[in-house]
Ligand binder design. Sequence first.
Ligand code: MN
Length: 259
Amino acid sequence: MTTLTTLATAIASGTVRVIDLTHTLDPDFPVMILPPEFGQCARFRMEEVSAYDERGPAWKWHNLSMSEHTGTHFDAPSHWISGRDIPNGAVDEIDVKNFIGPVCVIDCSQGAKSDDDFELTVSIIQEWEADHGQIPKDAWVLMRTDWSHKRGAEYLNMREDGAHSPGPTPEAIQFLIDQRDIRGFGTETVGTDAGQGSHYSPPYPAHFYLHGAGKFGLQCLNNLDQLPPVGAILMAAPLKVKNGTGSPLRVLALIEETP
Ligand code: MN
């Protein structure tokens, strides 16, 4: 059998399982809230065009509207000022082979349970590597926090001084880029940066360093607790929007069931 028929057989039989890492697009799903002087990200909206009625007797369909950065979504290099001059930095220009690849999952769920501002640090990454081996070049790295289990106001966790949610330190992101040459970084929270990410230097270091290096982001991921630390394959292909800086998408992971 060829590699692809082997894969198809394994998916059909369940020895390779497909995990959905996506939240449902829903008008109630929270979006990032910026300080009021800035433009705002739109929530998901769905408007009925017809539903087997006089507006269209045999068909049902909807018009959708949303931000590029609504729901489970992909960040392209052109999203950030540091990545504005990266060649092929918009979603329609990225080489599609980047949309399928290996993924490492760093479990920070225990720390995030007791500290809303939990930081992924270089030493946590190094401890993870001591257990699971070095993060391979060109892999996705996902920060598991179980934040995807939160609903409503708890998800953004806004306080007087802004949002409080976990994220990486500037040094951790630099380590992943400079020392491990990752493909991208993903989180369960509304951004790749911590809720208080504006207070780092540079502000929003994950966005700044990742996109400046031509790397990608994934946010509002779901079901990371179903992934192994290593060995899964991530499939994350954004919509092909001309000059798009990001896009909602269906993120899937393939995992191999150990017999
Ligand atoms: Mn985004």
